[in-house]
Design a protein around this ligand. Sequence first.
Ligand SMILES: [Zn+2]
Length: 330
Amino acid sequence: MERVETITGAIDASDLGTTLVHEHLLARDEAVHAQWPDAPTLGGDPPTAIEPGGEYDRAVEAARSALELGVRTICDPTAMFLGRDAAFMRCVAEETGLQVIACTGIYTYDHLPTFFLSRDPDQIADLFVADIETGIQGTGAKAAFIKCAADEPGVTENVEKVHRAAARAHLRTGAPIMAHSRPASDTAPRQIEIFAEEGVDLDRVQIAHCGDSPDADYLERLLERGVRAGLDRWGIEMYLPYDERMKVTLELVERGYADRIFLSADSCATIDWFPPEAAAALAEAGMVRDWTIRMTPERVVPDLREAGITDAQIETMLVRNPVSWLTGSG
Ligand SMILES: [Zn+2]
């Protein structure tokens, strides 16, 4: 049986079980916290993420609530610039028993540090490969997929460089790729084109945030290139309301793509992007609703069943697709 690296070690792919492919245990600006370690976190809590209180407790709580709903594994796409912290993820996994799959990569819509501006994609790929083969941040815990992103600015020169680095790390290690996309800016076709130019097996590429598009024809054109699609932001109403997400999901299943799509919420147990009052205002205004790690198992899956999706199709989306994307088999 194929093995998959989790933050607490390699497991049989058959033990992944119900897997949410896109949930964050922590999202914080690592540079701010490195430079101003006393900067307030969501809970106004201590500088070290692992200390009890605030972020750590919220991550443990999220992990436990997912487990209660039958989830056994999450892929946590927290990469550079989102505060990736392997020790933090490992503590949460050990304390709760949730299987957590970590990534390598860079989450940027354009900005790159001079360190990367002066290096080529192969040199950036060296860092990704080290995370996959040796381990992350000295913990020995290995990354199992590669993250990159394109958003409103489009596929800029810097974003292209990160995509090429991700592609080359994939070719060297066999690790799959998760590419954050923005349907409203039509980033995916160019992202896919870069991967194809680099010789990436597109079956191992997951285009994240496809579920922000209400347009099944658009998504079908992407899927027909051979990639997989993340319907992974249930609860983020400001990008697409729940009912429209449901409609496009049902349409894709109807068209025969159940074996190409993933369900997840892109939830963040904590996120420090906004001051607390702004975060509260977003929720108040209905921009996000029920946007937690519980969303997929608690609401999306029952609603899909109600709409006629079979247990076998649910299992395909939540159990089998993560295995085949992560391992390239099955
Ligand atoms: Zn995300």
